[in-house]
Design a protein around this ligand. Sequence first.
Ligand code: ADP
Ligand code: MG
Length: 254
Amino acid sequence: MEKRKIIEVKDLVKQYGDFTAVKGISFDVYEHEIFGLLGPNGAGKSTTLEIIETLRDKTSGTVIVDGYDLDKDPESIKKLIGVQLQSSGYYPGLNLTELIELFCGLYNQEVDPKELLASFNLEDKAKAKYKELSGGQKQRFSIATTLINKPKIIFLDEPTTGLDPQARRNLWDLIQEVRAKGTTVVITTHYMDEAEFLCDRCAIVDSGRIIALESPDTLIDQLVAGGFERKKEVKKANLEDVFIHMTGKGLRED
Ligand code: ADP
Ligand code: MG
């Protein structure tokens, strides 16, 4: 089956004054895939995402989302995407149920807050304020809210940064569930294990350029085919496996 391109980015450039943060990148995202932008801090990942999300102006290049040209029809793009808010975006006086109800009103959608919270393991937090949540709970809530307008694509900018291994794995499962229900996911991360686990394909971004774009498997095979070997003998487990084995997979924050 021919894969359908749901995002097409061509020759995208972003300058901040004299500094060029994104230097002419091109990539496509296929419908229903988990697509990763990987790169060190300052690579231009957030800038790229925010341009596609219509939140930041580009300097040049073209962006097409589900057939809509960013230059001509940003409003149509806004309607079909889900964007994670920074914490400052949540009214401090409202609890999680009330925040979901608020978003439902804004998007003119009917969503049962209880059901949405339950699908993100937040049923016990229905009456809690956002600021009272742990790091993992905050991330789960912000991903839940991206789904309220039933978007075709969600954008997650470093959703697991700062989380403990249990919360990170839990979020990976939730992101896979979101995709399994038919949503395309674009995610940024600087955790390579995360990209290897989650992404169908990933673009490695360095100093504003894409230096590789393949599936994680293919990237690894290409490196090995080039004669690369790890210095240390590869063991059947790593320290994170030890940690998860000893402390369990259960979430700790709750
Ligand atoms: P990443 O998300 O990969 O860490 P960013 O897209 O946030 O990278 O930033 C890319 C580069 O652009 C960085 O060098 C950053 O300092 C710079 N930058 C980001 N936002 C601005 C801004 N509003 N004004 C000036 N420079 C910026
Ligand atoms: Mg960033």
